[in-house]
Design a protein around this ligand. Structure first.
Ligand code: ZN
Length: 418
């Protein structure tokens, strides 16, 4: 089935929720369709999976449930779960969500490599590729690459356009992009306009664009820490950024600048920063800064990835640089902990992968600077999803938005009205 039809290319973006987001042209559900989306949601979350469970949970007649189950089954969204047992006391038929009822296209755009993927409707990755693209080449080059790779991905998994529920794209922050050689841009210039409009037109589906760190946090929370109420996700790569998930929602705050801990001022630091200020955390603990420090000591390193490689090889200067970066980042995170008291802090990126010294450094600072209660109760660990955390977050964003009960009801109503 395809659920993208009610979406229009010219719909307005809701900048408060996503940097760019296509909206469905929502329709009032017809009486025979109303609450079909709610029923699908209950099955998908495995809250109620038999006709009687669904009828009880929704407070409706079994015939109402049956009618909606037939509709969902006809469109492949719901399938019988497991084998029915023969013989006496036959259990009632259990229904399950069918993750292969459609697909999403997802990308995690990075300063040193972009991941492009096709996922099913459970967010499981069906196809994944990595592409090198210098963001200094600009938006058109990025769009062209994404269009080409998404098309290739569709062919690889044997799917066509009608099966695409949506596209999710995680982008680095604008300060990062600007630092890569582009003139400073209006914050949603890259995200909201060009990317969403062009790809919407080509793939006829909604496009969701958000900060990469938000998708990293969302993916990690949904897959690795589903019952955690407050999770801080730190991206420690070329620059330091963080995302926050509270009660299952990514915090975006006022102007999309949430989580810019890399621009927190560090005592004793005075180097100029890409933000125009001086002495920011990024200038002493970001991967780019570490590479510069190591070059001064005669090492041939230019990127966060190369710094991490050197540390993993046991080169003392690199190990020390990574450990000190962990302490500096930990000091800033400790302040955030005193404010937020998170249950879990996950760390993602090249520095997190550089060896145990990085997390040890963070631990050291957190135990020194955060309130003892906050430090003792927090779980600090490397991202469990690793490279694919952002992709999973992008795919899950598409799925959670396009399978919202009201969107599903609207879709089927539009279909019935022709
Ligand atoms: Zn700064």
């Amino acid at each position: 089935m395809s659920i993208q039809r009610p979406y229009g290319a010219g719909d307005e973006a809701d900048s408060n929720e996503q940097l760019a987001m296509a909206h469905a042209v929502m329709r009032i559900p017809s009486p025979r369709i109303a609450r079909t989306g709610e029923l699908l949601d209950l099955i998908r979350r495995e809250v109620a999976v038999t006709t009687s469970e669904l009828a009880t949970k929704m407070g409706v007649a079994r015939s109402t449930v049956t009618e909606r189950l037939e509709l969902l089954t006809r469109h492949g969204l719901v399938v019988p779960a497991g084998e029915r047992q023969a013989g006496r006391g036959r259990p009632p038929a259990r229904m399950a969500f069918n993750p292969r009822a459609g697909i999403t296209l997802a990308a995690q755009v990075g300063m040193s490599g972009t991941l492009v993927a096709v996922s099913d409707l459970a967010g499981e990755i069906l196809w994944l590729t990595q592409v090198q693209l210098d963001l200094a080449e600009g938006r058109d080059a990025l769009e062209t690459m994404l269009e080409k790779q998404f098309t290739a991905g569709l062919a690889e998994v044997g799917e066509d356009l009608s099966r695409v529920h949506g596209i999710g794209i995680g982008m680095p922050g604008d300060i990062e992009i600007a630092a890569a050689g582009n003139a400073a841009q209006d914050p949603d210039d890259w995200a909201a306009h060009l990317i969403s409009r062009r790809l919407q037109g080509v793939f006829h589906c909604p496009v969701f664009v958000d900060r990469d760190v938000n998708y990293l946090a969302l993916g990690e929370q949904r897959v690795s820490w589903p019952v955690t109420n407050m999770m801080l996700s730190v991206k420690a790569g070329t620059v330091i950024v963080c995302g926050l998930v509270v009660d299952g929602k990514v915090v975006r705050a006022t102007s999309g600048l949430f989580g810019e801990i890399g621009h927190s001022k560090v005592a004793g630091a005075d180097a100029p920063c890409t933000c125009g200020g001086r002495g920011c955390l990024n200038t002493v603990a970001g991967g780019a800064a570490l590479a510069a420090q190591l070059r001064e000591q005669g090492h041939d390193v230019h990127t966060a990835r190369e710094v991490a490689q050197l540390a993993k090889q046991g080169v003392v200067a690199a190990v020390q640089a990574v450990r000190t970066a962990g302490v500096r980042i930990g000091e800033v995170v400790a302040s955030a902990m005193n404010l937020l008291n998170p249950e879990v802090i996950t760390v993602w990126g090249y520095l997190a992968d550089a060896g145990d010294q990085f997390l040890s450094g963070m631990y050291e600072a957190i135990y020194k600077d955060a309130l003892p209660g906050a430090a003792n109760s927090v779980v600090l660990e490397r991202s469990r999803l690793g490279d694919t955390a952002g992709i999973r977050g992008a795919a899950l964003t598409v799925i959670e938005h396009t399978l919202r009960p009201e969107v599903v009801d609207s879709y089927f109503t539009a279909l019935a009205e022709g």
